[in-house]
Design a protein around this ligand. Structure first.
Ligand code: PMV
Length: 320
């Protein structure tokens, strides 16, 4: 029996950085994200009683390094005594470069695994299971504007607005295709232990979430951009002031931020956000997306750009 699910990455506007429980992988703060549309991961899982161990291929290459996390994610859905699985994952964007490939992969993983038995699991359950594998993956179960809120020993994830209710677009400026040096899980732990700003970061997050929620309800791109850029720069301040410092930016990352500021000063409704990688994501009104993409593509150090509207949450794509 084989099931395939597709999920898109999401980009946080109010960021998650830091864990309150690393065993259960529970985030220290809530977050708000947007789910993308045209970038995706498709994961097929086939249970096969003749296999002695799980087998994972990513983009047609064996991927033993990622296998333990993917196997554990399938176990979390189907139980560890399940039949072994042949897992095939395909994505149409670079892996591990701050583009949340783990979010789309683990969101697709839980949806495909869920369809392999008769148990009916709620989206809330699947979001929590995806979140155990990668905190941000919980958000890719939902489309449009998504809020992840902390509960006592779990997370609550819901859509604030569907993609069609406020159709913003995202332009991603790719400035490096290298995998990041320090993965986000390890980096968050370094920040928690060593950054003098970590406590302030946690203390201010609820206010930032309130401000962003109001801006989304009012569909106010200026207000959303102001709080999203502030929150992003605070997260990177925590990273920079960690020991050792976690600096994911390159000169091109900063040049892209300048491009976005210049466009905004000239009246274009656009703002930036940056995750644990060197890429810059510019969020804008659809009418501005062409100009934003052209300006970022012309910025020194930008290798290429991707452009996408907002999309829906993870879903099953076949019943083979
Ligand atoms: O879910 P993880 O472990 O890949 O961490 C994601 C962290 C950021 O992308 C930097 C912020 C976020 O909220 O997505």
């Amino acid at each position: 029996m084989q099931r395939t699910a597709r999920a898109q990455p999401n980009i946080a506007l109010i960021k998650y950085w830091g864990k309150r429980d690393s065993g259960l992988n529970l985030p220290a703060v809530g977050s708000i994200s947007i789910t993308l549309d045209t970038l995706y991961t498709e994961m097929s899982i086939e249970l096969d009683p003749t296999l002695e161990a799980d087998v994972l291929r990513i983009n047609d290459e064996p991927a033993p390094g990622m296998l333990p996390r993917v196997s554990a994610c399938i176990d979390s859905v189907l139980g560890a005594t399940r039949e072994r699985a042949r897992i095939d994952s395909h994505g149409n964007f670079p892996v591990a470069a701050g583009l949340a490939s783990s979010a789309s992969a683990f969101a697709a993983c839980v949806v495909a695994a869920d369809a392999l038995d008769a148990t009916e699991r709620s989206r809330a359950t699947l979001a929590n299971l995806a979140g155990r594998a990668s905190g941000s993956a919980a958000r890719s179960l939902f489309g449009g504007f998504v809020e992840l809120a902390n509960r006592e020993d779990s997370v609550h994830v819901e859509s604030l607005l569907d993609a069609g209710e406020w159709p913003l677009e995202v332009v991603v400026a790719i400035t490096s295709e290298h995998e990041k040096a320090v993965g986000s899980g390890e980096a968050m732990e370094i920040s928690r232990r060593t950054s003098p700003f970590y406590g302030r970061w946690l203390a201010e997050q609820d206010a930032d979430l309130d401000t962003a929620r109001q801006a989304i309800a009012a569909r106010d791109v200026d207000a959303l951009g102001t709080i999203a850029e502030h929150n992003c720069l605070k997260m990177h301040s925590v990273m920079w002031t960690s020991r050792p410092p976690l600096v994911y930016w390159t000169a091109a990352t900063i040049a892209c931020m300048e491009t976005v500021r210049r466009l905004r000063d000239a009246g274009t409704p656009v703002f930036f956000t940056i995750d644990a990688g060197p890429q810059v994501k510019a969020v804008c009104e659809p009418s501005a997306a062409g100009a934003v993409e052209a300006a970022l593509a012309a910025t020194p150090g930008v290798l290429r750009t991707l452009r996408t509207p907002l999309g829906e949450g993870a879903r099953l794509v076949n019943q083979a």
